[in-house]
Design a protein around this ligand. Sequence first.
Ligand code: NAD
Length: 275
Amino acid sequence: MVNKNIFNLKGKKSLITGGGGLLGPEHAIALANQGSEVFLIDIDKQGLDKGSERVKKANKSAKVETFHIDLKDESELKSLKNFLINKNVHIDILVNNAAINPKMDASNNSSGKVEDYKLDNLREEIEVGLIGTFLCSKIFGSAMAKKKSGVIINIASDLAILAPDQRVYSKNNNINTVKNFKPIGYPMVKSGMLGLNRYLATYWAHRGIRVNCLVPGSVKNKQTKKLIKEIESRIPLSRLAKKEDYHGSIVFLASDASAYMTGQILVVDGGRSIW
Ligand SMILES: NC(=O)c1ccc[n+]([C@@H]2O[C@H](COP(=O)([O-])OP(=O)(O)OC[C@H]3O[C@@H](n4cnc5c(N)ncnc54)[C@H](O)[C@@H]3O)[C@@H](O)[C@H]2O)c1
């Protein structure tokens, strides 16, 4: 029988980490638009409130709940899982989206230089982006494996498959004049996610879980005009992503539309990585 509603997510429950940031609420909107209930978690309480409002504004019938949680804390994540299970909520879709994502806008005055890079910063980035992804997968993926169904979506970055072109942060397209480098922790974390993605996909495939990775390109947010121009010139589609540009990919990866796909990376970057 052909399924005519391959994108339908009615009755599904989705957990999105980093639900208080820029893209987390967008993933939630995309999933809610297909009928999924959404649960947002974040360490930023205010961000969570705003994220939840954004989802409800975009979809009046969306069912949204928020949880103020530090992804670095395994016991908080376990308590959340137990709390949800006690309410008979089984997470069907986990979106590992939280990361420490250094914004390269005017507010950023860190040098990002390898020579000055503080180990504490690197450890924090790895703890949140990579170990946090592992912990959520361990805790919610194990529950999925018991029920023999589930989907995990890991949100990486084009910097998982490309080195940053640091010249975009210079005045004159010259690496010698760069003052703020995109820091090394970010591509380290994002590249690590690709290994985690492949491992978990094969580890849990026979338990009915699919694990895939979205590789998004830069989203237009508060970057300076100069930086936007530099990045655009490196993208075949000649623009940065709009924050809603990943809705389709998230629904595709979460739904039966991608039923025969696991362990893969879906690159949605305006073509940047083919140039
Ligand atoms: N925005 C972009 O241009 C872009 C491009 C490619 C990939 N991505 C990826 O997409 C994802 C979302 O990006 P974004 O732009 O929304 O980032 P963001 O910084 O706006 O959101 C990340 C969220 O993670 C949360 N977080 C950080 N530490 C946490 C912790 N210990 N526990 C719980 N939550 C924590 C933050 O509070 C924040 O709300 C990230 O993984 C990022 O790497 C973003």
